[in-house]
Write a protein that binds this ligand. Structure first.
Ligand code: NAD
Ligand code: 89V
Length: 340
């Protein structure tokens, strides 16, 4: 697979490392509007074809997949450009700013006959993947309760200053991952309610969100996210799990210690493996998930399968984000529930 990458910013470095580790894929061209970012990437990764304009890169061609690592505003024009040039597409989360944009991008790539995957990598963190596999394998029977929890005081704004500026913050940027993990664990969602708060006065959006999900298969799940939680140990970027099933319990605790308990059965515990020695803590878990999702894309294409977080699948995660914002808006309760 020959890959062209658009957007050489903060996070793309992880993606470029991931492509270096991938079997069956190589990056042949990179594009960024900022020539300085291009220079840095060329120096670090030795990619010689560089472009400041994506249209020029597509016009020259020579690649079969485009990996879009820009922020959300540019996703729709770039995905549609890729669809017009008939290449496979990977697009970073959040996939779109509106459901309409998301559906338009899915339709455009579908019409081109190519594959579209949203880079929704959290479900590929190895500790979360071990939990997902255990649950899907019936390790604790039928789950009936879940909690997927991300609570941190980590300063995300130093690496990604734009996160402090948007009207929306934690649900759109981070909650989207955690909602996707809930979908990977318990399937699709029938109903969602949410509350939000802004604790940090220096940012525009909400930095605390608590969501209650009723999954179609009957699981009730609490998804709680916070960037205002100052505690030790700092668990960034771990998503912790508490899951109860008819046949036992699964816990994923700080330090990514996974424990599965069944009555009368052995208590099974494991630690997350060290996959990516080159990634600096605390980003190693994320770097690992990036490499794994990129390899999943290569393998899915080779096998003629849709990747797990295809564009069509990710529209359902995005719908939960939209539902959470709608639910959390004050005064949107039906008029007969409001105080007069
Ligand atoms: P960034 O601003 O650091 O980098 C984006 C880069 O894209 C910039 O260098 C910019 O010049 C370039 N760019 C923007 N529009 C362009 C265009 N039309 N053509 C060419 N270049 C263009 O942003 P970032 O922090 O790297 O985030 C990028 C995306 O990755 C965001 O959507 C963010 O939510 C996502 N992200 C994902 C994870 C994850 O774990 N999946 C983690 C961090 C960020
Ligand atoms: O994964 C992300 O999208 C990042 C972070 C983990 C920092 O929230 O923005």
């Amino acid at each position: 697979m020959k890959v062209a990458l658009i957007g050489c910013g903060f996070f793309a470095i992880n993606q470029l490392h991931g492509w270096q580790d991938a079997t069956g894929a190589e990056v042949v061209a990179v594009c960024d509007r900022d020539p300085e970012r291009l220079r840095l990437v060329q120096e670090q990764f030795g990619v010689t074809r560089t472009y400041t304009d994506a249209r020029a890169m597509f016009a020259e061609g020579g690649f079969d997949t485009v990996d879009i690592a820009t922020t959300v505003q540019s996703h729709r024009p770039l995905v549609e450009l890729a669809a017009r040039h008939g290449v496979h597409v990977i697009c970073q989360k959040p996939f779109a700013q509106t459901m309409q944009d998301a559906r338009a991008m899915v339709s455009a790539v579908e019409a081109s006959g190519k594959v579209l995957m949203v880079h929704e990598n959290f479900r590929w963190q190895s500790a979360l993947r071990a939990a997902i596999d255990a649950l899907r394998g019936g390790a604790i029977g039928t789950p009936f309760f879940g909690r997927v929890s991300f609570r941190s005081g980590y300063d995300v704004f130093s690496g990604q200053p734009y996160l402090a500026e948007g009207e929306r913050f934690i649900i759109e940027d981070l909650g989207i991952h955690i909602l996707d993990v809930a979908r990977a664990l318990f399937g699709d969602v029938r109903r969602l309610t949410a509350t939000t708060r802004r604790i940090n006065p220096g940012i525009e959006g909400e930095d605390v969100a608590t969501m209650l999900l009723e999954h179609k298969d009957g699981v009730t799940c609490v998804v709680d996210c916070s960037y205002a939680t100052k505690r030790a140990p700092e668990t960034f970027p771990e998503s912790l799990l508490e899951i109860d099933g008819t046949g036992g319990t699964l816990r994923l605790d700080a330090g990514y210690r996974l424990t599965i308990q069944t009555p009368g059965g052995p208590r099974r515990a494991m630690s997350a493996r060290r996959f990516c020695p080159r990634a600096a803590r605390p980003w190693h878990n994320i770097q690992e998930s990036v490499a794994l999702i990129q390899q999943h894309f290569v393998d899915s294409l080779a096998a003629g399968r849709q990747p797990e977080t295809s564009g069509a699948d990710n529209v359902l995660t995005l719908a939960l984000v939209e539902a959470a914002y709608l639910s959390a808006v004050p005064n949107t309760a039906p008029s007969n529930c409001r105080k007069s």
